[in-house]
Design a protein around this ligand. Structure first.
Ligand code: SF4
Ligand code: FE
Length: 482
């Protein structure tokens, strides 16, 4: 099958009978649900842009396995150029949605699984690489969206998976059958899972010999029996039910997370990519996290571009664009944003081939990238709020603005620069509010902190990869210390 259009993608998701709950009720029609739909639209953008002649070169690539044109989100990276193009594609998607477009986790899981399964098979003579390749080609050929599920709830953080009081706090195998395995557990804050066709499950930490049942990786479709999702709340989420495009700030796009439960889910043998080889759990985690930390040097930069643009427009609408401190704040925002992009490009340019042949990013630089992402977007948001002014959080609603009695007062007193309508001024301020504090803040701010691993996870990797011993040798040599 060829690439799907955006519309075909939406209809393909509609056909999957997913079990989704929100506010204590089953969502019967998730595709048209006003709270969920914006996040589906964000994934749709990855299909629409692939059809757009202006962006097709970046968004699509020739599969080295089939020779067919595929969406880059299903690609196994063949070069450092592929790695750089991935980051560029993510920046573009961030610019077009100002939200998390979700499809990257599958791409990052694909590339981590591709190399890890190969190395497990080399050691144990298992068949995981072939299993994975078959699944990956199915996704490439059908242009599917795949969620990558890593984060277990983790319970008592001081205890290993097998040592938890409740054994289900890390997802694990509860039954081994001749035809497959049965797994139980949950994966927390799964962005985009309800917009995906398939989910790849991976372990969340390095594991020891006692964690055998927890060292498991596999893929299942989203309508698998026993798999269900509980949608997470976001700040201002129910504003989307009010039908006001002005008040939500970004009426078309968003992201959504779900606590995903695997309540005795059956996985057939040919969908298993790791099953008990505990020493490879850490490798899979490290590689997936590395790729996803590279990803943030693209997606968050694209969303940052929109936020910087919104702050500049807000300044113009206030008539403040010529003030030197405003110009300087915008320069600082761009400097911070481009620094993140430098990190994403650098860890890609320094990539190298794995034993399986696909390309891995430079792990140290990818972790530095994400560490900066845990900080710079906060400063960019701070500056955007500074420029926007308090009115971004105190403005009356669209209903007041449209009200026959109140409207003329809102219009009169919230007017900014000459020639700028109050409506447009309110729209740009709501967009900044949305990215700083509203539903998109999940994807831009808090996700910058915790997505792809919380800051401490990167610091551990920086310590491991930073080669402090070599730096000490350098200093001693310069100081003539024997
Ligand atoms: Fe992609 Fe960024 Fe969302 Fe991760 S946070 S899925 S990299 S858009
Ligand atoms: Fe993320």
């Amino acid at each position: 099958m060829a690439l799907m259009t955006g519309e075909e993608y939406i209809e393909s998701i509609r056909k999957i009978n997913m079990e989704i709950y929100m506010f204590g009720e089953r969502v019967e029609n998730p595709v048209d649900n006003p709270i969920l739909r914006p996040s589906l639209n964000s994934v749709r953008m990855t299909y629409d842009l692939a059809q757009d002649p202006e962006h097709a070169d970046l968004m699509t690539v020739t599969s080295p396995f089939t020779g067919n044109r595929i969406n880059r989100f299903t690609h196994i990276h063949q070069s450092t150029e592929d790695l750089r193009n991935k980051v560029k594609m993510q920046r573009l998607c961030g610019q077009k949605t100002a939200a998390c477009f979700q499809r990257c986790v599958g791409m990052d899981a694909f590339n981590a699984e591709y190399s890890t399964t190969y190395e497990v098979d080399q050691k144990y003579g298992t068949n995981y690489h072939e299993n994975f390749k078959k699944f990956m080609l199915y996704c490439q050929e059908n242009d599917l969206t795949v969620d990558g599920a890593m984060t277990d709830p983790k319970g008592d953080r001081s205890k290993a998976p097998h040592a938890q009081e409740d054994p289900d706090l890390y997802l694990h195998v509860v039954e081994r059958r001749p035809d497959g395995i049965v797994v139980r557990g949950a994966k927390a804050h799964q962005t985009g899972i309800c917009n995906s066709h398939e989910v790849i499950v991976m372990p969340t930490i390095s594991m020891g010999p006692d964690d055998k049942d927890y060292a498991v990786s596999f893929a299942v479709p989203l309508d698998t029996k026993g798999l269900f999702m509980i949608i997470g709340r976001q700040s201002c989420d129910t504003r989307k039910l009010e039908g006001s495009s002005m008040d939500v700030g970004n009426p078309e796009f968003g992201g959504v997370e779900a606590l995903t439960i695997f309540d005795d889910v059956f996985v057939p043998n040919d969908r298993i990519f790791l099953n008990g080889e505990t020493e490879y759990a850490g490798m899979l985690v490290e590689r997936f996290a590395g790729y996803h930390r590279q990803s943030y040097g693209g997606c968050k930069v694209g969303v940052g571009d929109v936020l910087i643009g919104a702050a500049a427009v807000a300044a113009e609408y206030n008539g403040a664009q010529k003030a030197s401190h405003i110009k300087d704040k915008l320069i600082e925002m761009m400097h911070l944003n481009e620094t993140l992009y430098c990190c994403g490009i650098a860890c890609s340019a320094e990539g190298y081939p794995t034993e399986a042949g696909n390309y891995m990013i430079d792990l140290l630089l990818a972790n530095v990238c994400k560490q900066n992402v845990t900080r710079f977007p906060y400063e960019i948001v701070r500056l955007a709020e500074d420029i926007a002014g308090g009115i971004m959080v105190t403005a009356p609603s669209e209903k007041d603005f449209r009200d026959p009695k109140l409207g003329k007062y809102v219009d009169k007193y919230l007017k900014g620069a000459d020639g700028v309508s109050t409506e447009n001024r309110l729209r740009i301020l709501r967009l900044i509010e949305n990215m700083a504090l509203g539903t998109a803040a999940v994807g831009y701010r808090t996700e910058s902190m915790h997505g792809a691993g919380s800051p401490q996870a990167q610091r551990i990797m920086i310590q491991r990869q930073g080669n402090l011993g070599y730096k000490k040798q350098l200093a001693k040599a310069i100081a003539h210390i024997e």
